[in-house]
Structures are given as structure tokens and as C-alpha cells.
Design a protein around this ligand. Structure first.
Ligand SMILES: [Zn+2]
Length: 483
């Protein structure tokens, strides 16, 4: 409805303008030029405000191109600190504000150099006391630092000794290091004050720089916050607000210091310990080679031993014997070792009586009293009689060629001594050897018995040469063994 009417009105107005414009053509061109100049200068003002003016404690140092350049300068500044072994970072406020300023615009590198020079007025070279990399404090001279360390070391040792009655002495295993470093001038402390802080004697709130407690962070923490947290710096810069960096603080973590101290506690301890007995070897010919016998049983003794034992965190790390007192002497064990050589099976060429105990000869070689022997022939042996079970010995060394029951012989052993010579032992009660055994002269081979065709216990003993029985009496000693 009113749309068409409005258009018509606008058209009339535009026509009017056109007419005016024709008349004022020249003037308008001049005005447009002026606006263009004005616009251009406005652009120049805007670009000037995006440059960051870098201040240190309110003093404009230089100008940088952008926020990222400022952050780069801070990173380079940190690098300079590290390269120059500067322990601390400046406490001066480094800020960047986007405003107009006549200071010179520089690169990030030059900006960092300028900031570092400004920071240097804060720094001095001093002696840093550290433990496992934790900076504890700075002293003006080396000897002052030594005094502090000595005092603190003594304190640790004494406090351990106080707590532990058994401890003889305490030895620090991680120790303090004193090194020359650049630090902030106000961090250099009087030795007495540093000692008090280390020993936590003063009120905990009192720190080395006496800084604002609400702003307190540990040294490492402050540093990270100051330079590494770029996001934090960016966030502030986005609002073009003044970047206020957190105040640096020197207080170290007392708990961290205490937990970094490692020491050994040396304790004297007494133990009752066993003294092992020694074994004495005594040679004897009552035993054969290879045979042993315990003559006297050994008995352990008891000693009271004092040890110097080092502990780290309750764990024993070393032990040294200091003294030893014998309470009970040990008794040595006496071990007998046989030296007697075993007789060899080699025949000696002579015979011994196969029975060594008292006996009677019940039947001689040849025809016996009854005309015939047990086998119905003339008697080819000597019958040696005594108790059943009496040991029977080999008459000479040789090899067993037969050991079993054999017909009227009963239990029989045959021993070959050398080519053609043989002995036989019959009517045995028991056989102690087997075929192939090498026996020595005098070795027991069995016991007297009543096996085979017999009327009472006796040994039927034969000597055969080339298979022919011979009279044993001819070969045996005339002297009876028991005489
Ligand atoms: Zn006989």
C-alpha cells in the first residue's frame, strides 16, 4: 500500500539530489579526496596499535611486531639465562601492551637481548648450595656456604643419633654441592638465616626473600609458569590487557629437601653364632684303603660376634666383624682313613689252613678208617671238623671257578690258584663268593656245614695239581693256626 507511494517520494528526492550534484560537482570531488586521506590515516593508527610495546618494570624497552614475537623474545630470554648459568629469573615485571609508542621496533632476538641487559642489574655471582639438584640457597662466599653445609650436615647426623640409641654414627650418602652461579642479588643470604631456614627453625611463612605468601610457588613451579605456559600469556594478550607475569619466589620446598637427604646409620650389633667344628683326618692301617670311620664326633662351638652394620632406610647394606668372643669351643671331628692295602688275588704259592679256629682232623688223605670215604672212594682230602658256621678261608689267592651245590659234596667251592693248582671246599653251610670272584689268601669264602653226604659238620678240603688230588698236609703249615 504505502510501498509504491514511498518509492515515488524517494524518486522525487533522488532527482533533486542529482540536480544539486551537477551544480556542486567540483566541490564534491575535493571533499571525496579529503575523506580518502582521512581514511588512509585511520588505517595507519590501527596498525600502530597492533605493535606490542615491551616494558620492564614499567619502562618501555622496545617494540615487537606481534604477540608471537613477544613470546619468542621470552623464550630467547630464557635461553640466555640458561646459557649464562643464571639460577634465578628476574623479579621485574616484563609486560607487553598494544599501544602507540616512539620506542624502536626490534626483532625477537634483539628484544630478548635488551630484556636480559635490564635483568642483569638484578644479578650477582654467588655460591649456590644444592642437594640432588635442588637449589637450597646462596651465600656470598664459598666459606660461608661451607659453614652452612657443615652446620646442616651436623644437624642431620645429630638428629638421627638422637632418635636411634643403637646408632654408633651416621654417614650422609647424598651430600651437598657448592657451586658458583649467577643468582638474583637478594637471594644471597646470611649464613645464619639460611641455616635457620634449612632447619625450619623460624616460622614457616618466613622465606628467604620474604615474598608474598599468596604468590609463593616452588622455584621450579614459578619458572614454568613464567616462561613455559605460553597459553597463559596468549590468553592475556588476546584481551590486549597488560600481561603481568607471576612474581618469582625463592622459597624451596623443605619437605623435598628433607626427603632428598640420604644417610647410612652404623650400628653395633652382637650375635651368638655357631663356630663350625673342624675335621681332623687320621690315617690308620686298621682300615683298608677307601674305608673311613668317624672316631670322635665333632661338635659346633658358640661365639659372641660384634658386627658394625650399616643400614639405609632400615635395610642392611654392609656388615663388618668388629670383635669375636668364644663362648664354647668347638670339638674337632676325628675321621679315620684306612691305609691298609687290600690283599691281591695273586697266588702266593703257599697255603694256609682254611680253618683258623681250633679243629680236629677227622679223616686224613688216603684210605680212611672205614676203608672208603664219603664218595665211596679212597679219601682224596683232609676232613677238618669243628663247629658248624665256623668261617672258611681261601687257602691262597685265586679265582673262584665253582660255587654251588654239587652231588655228595653238598655246597662246594672250587678255587683255581695258578695253572694246574686247585683247592676245593665241600659240605659248606654257606657260600660267600660267586664264580669269577678274585679272592685273596685268607679271605672268608663261606662257613662250615653239613651239606652233602656227611655225618657231622666238617670241611672236606682238597688240593689238586693238574687234576690229581694231593695230600694237603704236604702243602699246609705243620704248625696249627691256633698255636
Ligand atoms: Zn672228606
Amino acid at each position: 500500500m504505502g510501498f509504491r507511494a514511498t518509492l515515488e517520494k524517494l524518486n522525487i528526492k533522488l532527482n533533486g539530489v542529482r540536480e544539486v550534484m551537477k551544480k556542486r560537482n567540483a566541490k564534491i570531488i575535493a571533499a571525496v579526496s579529503a575523506i580518502a586521506i582521512l581514511l588512509a590515516s585511520t588505517v595507519a593508527v590501527v596498525s600502530a596499535s597492533t605493535s606490542g610495546v615491551v616494558y620492564i618494570d614499567g619502562k618501555a624497552v622496545c617494540k615487537v611486531d606481534s604477540k608471537s614475537e613477544f613470546n619468542r623474545a621470552l623464550a630467547i630470554l630464557e635461553k640466555l639465562h640458561v646459557e649464562n648459568n643464571v639460577s634465578d629469573r628476574t623479579d621485574k615485571k616484563i609486560t607487553c601492551t598494544f599501544t602507540l609508542s616512539s620506542v624502536k621496533k626490534v626483532s625477537a632476538d634483539d628484544c630478548a637481548e635488551l630484556l636480559y641487559k635490564e635483568c642483569l642489574s638484578d644479578y650477582v655471582r654467588a655460591y649456590c648450595i644444592s642437594l640432588k639438584g635442588i637449589e637450597i640457597g646462596f651465600c656470598a662466599t664459598y666459606s660461608e656456604a661451607e659453614q652452612v653445609v657443615e652446620h646442616f650436615r651436623e644437624h642431620i647426623i645429630n638428629s638421627v643419633l638422637d632418635k636411634d640409641d643403637t646408632a654408633e654414627f651416621v654417614e650422609l650418602t647424598t651430600d651437598f654441592v657448592i657451586s658458583s652461579k649467577i643468582c638474583r642479588f637478594d637471594r644471597v643470604t646470611e649464613p645464619e638465616k639460611l641455616c635457620r631456614t634449612m632447619l625450619n627453625v623460624d616460622d614457616h611463612d618466613e622465606t628467604l626473600d620474604g615474598g608474598d605468601a599468596s604468590n609463593r610457588v616452588t622455584a621450579g613451579g614459578a619458572h614454568e609458569f613464567l616462561y613455559a605456559d605460553k597459553n597463559f600469556a596468549f590468553g592475556m594478550l588476546k584481551n590486549e590487557a597488560e600481561v603481568e607475569l607471576p612474581k618469582y619466589d625463592f622459597s624451596f620446598n623443605l619437605g623435598e629437601l628433607n626427603s632428598s637427604i640420604e644417610y647410612k646409620t652404623i650400628v653395633n650389633e652382637t650375635y651368638s653364632e655357631i663356630i663350625p667344628f673342624e675335621t681332623i683326618t687320621v690315617e690308620t692301617d686298621t682300615l683298608q684303603i677307601g674305608q673311613t670311620k668317624i672316631d670322635v664326633e665333632g661338635e659346633s662351638g658358640i661365639a659372641e660376634n660384634v658386627y658394625q652394620i650399616a643400614y639405609v632406610d632400615g635395610v642392611e647394606v654392609s656388615r663388618t666383624l668388629v670383635s669375636s668372643k668364644v663362648i664354647t669351643e668347638p670339638t674337632a671331628c676325628v675321621k679315620l682313613v684306612g691305609t691298609n692295602k687290600l690283599p691281591t688275588a695273586t697266588p702266593t704259592g703257599s697255603f694256609m689252613w682254611p680253618v683258623q679256629e681250633w679243629f680236629v682232623i677227622t679223616s686224613e688223605f688216603g684210605v680212611n678208617r672205614n676203608g672208603l670215604d664219603e664218595e665211596g672212594k679212597y679219601h682224596q682230602a683232609l676232613d677238618i671238623a669243628t663247629d658248624r658256621g665256623t668261617p672258611i678261608y681261601a687257602a691262597d689267592g685265586g679265582v673262584v671257578t665253582f660255587a654251588a651245590e654239587y652231588d655228595t659234596y653238598g655246597l662246594l667251592i672250587k678255587i683255581t690258584h695258578e695253572s694246574g693248582v686247585e683247592t676245593r671246599y665241600a659240605h659248606l653251610d654257606r657260600i660267600d663268593v660267586k664264580v669269577g670272584d678274585k679272592v685273596y689268601k685268607g679271605q672268608q669264602i663261606g662257613t662250615m656245614g653239613i651239606t652233602g653226604r656227611v655225618t657231622g659238620p666238617h670241611l672236606h678240603f682238597e688240593i689238586r695239581i693238574n687234576g690229581k688230588p694231593v695230600n694237603p698236609r704236604t702243602y699246609l703249615p705243620t704248625k696249627m693256626p691256633w698255636k
